[in-house]
Design a protein around this ligand. Sequence first.
Ligand code: BGP
Length: 467
Amino acid sequence: MKQGFPEGFLWGGATAANQCEGAYKEDGKGLSTADVMTAGEKGVPREITKRIDESKYYPSHQAIDHYHHFKEDIALFAEMGFKCYRFSINWTRIFPNGHEAEPNELGLKHYDDVIDTCLQYGIEPLVTISHFETPLGLLQYNSWQNRRVVDFFLNYAETLLKRYKGKVKYWITFNEINVMSTKPWMAGGIESNDEQDTMTAAFHQLLASAKTVQMAHEIDPQNKVGMMYAGHIAYPNSPDPEDMQMTMDFMHKMLFYCDVQCRGYYPAYKLKEFERKGIELPLHAGDLEDLKNGTVDFLSYSYYLTHVVGKETSLDFQGLNGVKTGYTNPSLDKSDWGWAIDPKGLRYSLNYLYDRYQLPLMIVENGLGAIDTIDENGDIHDSYRIDYLKEHIREMKKAIDIDGIPLIGYTSWGPIDIISASTGEMSKRYGFIYVDVDDNGNGSFKRMKKDSFYWYKKVIESNGEVL
Ligand code: BGP
C-alpha cells in the first residue's frame, strides 16, 4: 500500500484579507468589523466601535499591503511550489455595507486578478467566503442575530460562486465558525453577553453555511465546500473522571458547530442544553431540511495548540464560558506567546475528527508565531519555525500512513508575515517570507525569504518526504 502524502496533496499557505490586504477603503471597499477593532488590553481586540478613532493605529488599514503586492507575493508562493493558496475575499470589497443588492465591480475585479494569478502558476485557490470581516453596515441589523443577514450573506456567496465558477473549486464558508462562542465580536460582529443572542447568531451562520453548500453544488457540481473549525482540542488535567467530564464539556462547547455542518442536525447534548437554559432556535419552515441537505464536502480546521482542562487547571487561557482550561501542559513547550507546542496532538485531532465525521480533512492553519530577527548579512534563521512545522508534518504523515486518515491538504498559516488576529501585532511573525513592517505600521514593506522559505520548498518538491 502506498505510503506518504497522496499525489495531488494540496500543500500551501493561508491568509485572511483583513490581516494582509490593507487598502481598507480602496476601490469602493466599505468598513468591516476588523477595520474598527484595535488591539485592546493584552493585545486582544475587544468590542467593536461604530466609527474610526483617527488617533489610533488599526492593523487592518494597511497590514502588509497585499492588495497591491499580491502578484509579487503569489509569485513567491509559486517559487516555493505551492499547490494551493487559501485566502479570504473581503465581503466589504464586494458589498461595501453588506446589504446592497448589486456588487462593487472594482472589488470583484481585484479578486479576478488574484485568482487568475494563482491559476497562472497552477495554484489551486481555496476561498474563505467570510474570515472575521463582517460588514460594519450590518451592525444596524444587529448583525448575525438578524435573519436578514442570512439573505445578505447568500447574495454575497452567490455572487462569488457565479463569478468564479470553473476557476475556484474549493470553498470554505466561515473561518473558525466556532469562534462565535468564544469571541463573537470577532466572528460575527455581535455585541451581547446573552447566550440566546450568541446561539441565534450561530444558528444563522450555520444555516447560511448549509444553504451556501447547496447553492455551490447547484452552480457547479465540481465545487467542494468545507467548514472550518478552530481546533480547540483538549486533554483532561488528570485521570479523575471529573476532569474527563469537564474536558468533554469543553470540546462539546465548540464541536456542535462541526456536528451540524458535517452531520446535518443539532446534536442531542446541545438541544438538551438549550432546553435547560431556555434557549430557542429561531427556526423557520424548511430550516432543518436545509441543515440536513447542506452538509459539507470536507472538514477543515486550524491547529496551533492543545488545551488542558480540569478542576485544577491554571487559567493561563481565559476560561471559555466558565470551563477551566489552560495552556499549562507540563509535558509541552510553549511559543513566545505562550501557546502549547503539541505536534502529537495534531495526529490525535486528525483521528478524533475523522472518527467522528468520516469526511476528508484539511488542515488550513498551522504555524508558529515567533519573534524573527534579521542578522548582519540580512538573513533570517528561523530554525525554530522549521522545527515546529517539521514535527507537525511528521505527525500528519503518521496519521496518513498508520491511521489511514484521508488528509487532502495543508495550508500553513501566514506563508508571509501578516497581522496577528489576537494581538494586532506584526511582531508575532508566522511567515516563510519576512515583511519589513512593524507593530505600528512603519517600514519599507520589503519582502525577504527566511531559511524556512527554502526548507518548505524542499518539503513540497518531495511531497512531504524531505523534512
Ligand atoms: C486563527 C485565525 C487566523 C489567525 C490565527 C493565528 O484563529 O483564523 O486569522 O489569526 O488564528 O492567530 P494569531 O494571528 O492571533 O496569532
